[in-house]
Write a protein that binds this ligand. Structure first.
Ligand code: NAP
Length: 313
């Protein structure tokens, strides 16, 4: 760890300690949302919202759809919505926007209650292509606006893509715009010319890759952190990890629930994916228990500080 990283890590630990203390102190009143201005209710019994830096509210827990296709995808999205999820995360590159759109229709839920995210793929980078890519996404989803649109990866003409997204945002076609997989330099570059600040950076975040530096940086800029692969897709035996198994047993919860509760207590939006209704329901069951500071510390020690998806770097 270099000096700067060490300093960041110390700051983050201090910050976590003070918020853990605040959490105990605030007990009944709820814990401050680490990323927004809104107070997040730590005693919530259901999915609460975070307030993004443009004041749009977004559910702190949502449903991911990577790898889900066709009827399985449609049914999983419909199942997720029927049991209470309102945030659905898709992307052009997942090849499932039509199926996601069908799942949304099947649910019968009012569009205004939903929060739908999609992402601009690298092939569509640049001003003209981004506008076209966005229209195709809307058509495939069968929607007339998106709640959140992200640059999926910082590749190609990012500046042109962002300009197109800013225009679509100002025209009311997207309620919030953000980025995904941007590191600190790529974020600084974007901020140097952006007229509209990104609301979110969606990055790989789970117990094995806790992203302490990004956590501090995004907080400093009031940009919401969103976790992709909150379970690391189960890699490195996450679901049978001994530390998680013990914590889960102590709270009569599952390892999956402990993982998602960890994200929640840090104020990180998470979008777990599952094709099994039982898991979809299970992953919502994180609002009736709390991890104590010992649990949080034990999980903090699991950090390997490196991606579990080297093939995507
Ligand atoms: N921006 C990006 O570059 C990027 C990259 C990757 C992912 N994402 C987004 O983030 C979402 C989540 O990431 P992910 O899908 O890669 O992985 P993930 O959510 O970390 O893990 C999904 C895996 O966990 C299993 N699972 C889910 N709930 C479970 C439970 N309660 N108990 C046991 N196993 C459980 C699922 O299997 P079952 O189906 O059997 O439940 C599936 O194999 C994606 O779907 C996508 O929307 C974004």
């Amino acid at each position: 760890m270099n000096n700067q990283n060490q300093k960041n890590e110390i700051n983050r630990r201090r910050f976590l300690q003070s918020t853990a203390a605040a959490g105990i102190y605030l007990g009944l009143f709820g814990m401050p949302n680490l990323f927004g201005n809104e107070i997040m209710d730590n005693n919530a019994k259901e999915i609460t919202n975070v307030k993004l830096n443009n004041s749009v509210k977004m559910p702190i827990l949502g449903f991911g759809t990577y790898g889900l296709r066709g009827e399985v995808c449609q049914q999983s999205v419909a199942d997720a919505l029927s049991v209470g999820y309102r945030l659905i995360d898709t992307a052009k590159i997942y090849g499932n926007e039509e199926a996601v759109g069908k799942g949304i229709k099947q649910s019968g839920i009012n569009r205004k209650e939903l929060f739908v995210t999609s992402k601009l793929w690298v092939d569509d980078a640049g001003y003209e292509n981004a506008k076209k890519g966005f229209e195709e996404t809307l058509t495939k989803l069968g929607l007339d606006y998106l709640d959140l649109y992200l640059i999926h990866r910082p590749r190609g003409d990012v500046k042109g893509s962002w300009k197109a997204m800013e225009e679509l945002y100002k025209a009311g076609k997207i309620r919030a715009i953000g980025i995904s997989n941007f590191d600190s330099n790529q974020l600084a570059d974007l901020l140097s010319y952006a007229q509209v600040k990104p609301v979110i950076n969606q990055i790989e975040t789970h117990a094995y890759f806790q992203q302490g530096d990004a956590y501090n940086l995004l907080k400093k800029h009031n940009i919401q952190m969103e976790a992709w692969a909150p379970f690391a897709e189960g890699r490195n035996e996450l679901f049978t990890n001994e530390v998680f198994t013990q914590i889960a047993k102590k709270h009569s919860k599952t390892v999956a629930q402990v993982n998602l509760r960890w994200h929640y207590q840090l104020g990180i939006v998470a979008i777990p994916r599952s094709s099994q209704k039982a898991h979809i329901v299970e992953n919502l069951g994180i609002f009736d228990f709390k991890l104590d500071s010992g649990d949080m510390k034990a999980i903090e020690k699991l950090d390997l500080n490196k991606t579990q998806f080297p093939e995507w770097s």
